[in-house]
Design a protein around this ligand. Structure first.
Ligand SMILES: [Zn+2]
Length: 180
């Protein structure tokens, strides 16, 4: 008996629904969601993202890291290759949330121990904690819009999910890159 078994049973049920049939590799909503790995904040639940609906990328905090930028650049390159100048515009929606576990990174002892464990500079980790999700999501949207990796046709927006109310509030409305 594996810990995964109950979920593999759900997979059997999923396959029986036929919901996987006829889906395209590109999403039906032109949205790329960045959110935290916290099990309470899965876009499939809080936004009702169904099969084939949206691109979703999750990491600790839902932070816009260099890896996240590279993924956005990959999708941009892919859609431009497939559609050329007709490549559909898409919106990158960054969602941070209240009571985020990355808050532990604000604790000096935890941060020092963890930095040593993964062999990175402690200062590098300090900025990744989501303590004030409104502020951090604003920072991350700004970072996205300033990145040369993010094409001009991409919009970015920032949102905060409240784990108490279950509601998502938009903090930064969809914005195109500066200078456009
Ligand atoms: Zn989190």
């Amino acid at each position: 008996m594996s810990i995964l078994d109950p979920l593999l049973e759900r997979n059997q049920a999923f396959a029986r629904t036929e919901a996987h049939r006829g889906l395209a590799p590109l999403p039906s909503h032109q949205v790329f969601v960045i959110s935290c790995i916290d099990p309470r904040v899965d876009p499939a639940h809080i936004l009702g993202v169904g099969p084939g609906d949206a691109l979703v990328l999750r990491n600790a905090g839902g932070r816009v890291t260099d890896e996240v930028m590279a993924e956005i650049a990959f999708i941009a390159a892919l859609t431009e290759t497939m559609f050329g100048d007709d490549a559909p515009p898409f919106e990158v929606a960054v969602i941070h949330h209240t009571a985020c576990g990355t808050g532990f990174l604000a604790d000096e002892h935890f941060r020092r121990t963890f930095a040593a464990r993964i062999d990175v500079e402690e200062a590098e980790l300090a900025g990744t904690a989501v303590i004030d999700p409104v502020a951090s999501v604003r920072d991350d949207v700004e970072k996205l819009l300033a990145s040369p990796l993010v094409p001009d046709r991409v919009k970015a927006s920032g949102h905060v999910y409240d784990v108490e109310t279950g509601l998502v509030e938009t903090v930064v409305a969809a914005t195109v890159k500066a200078g456009r």
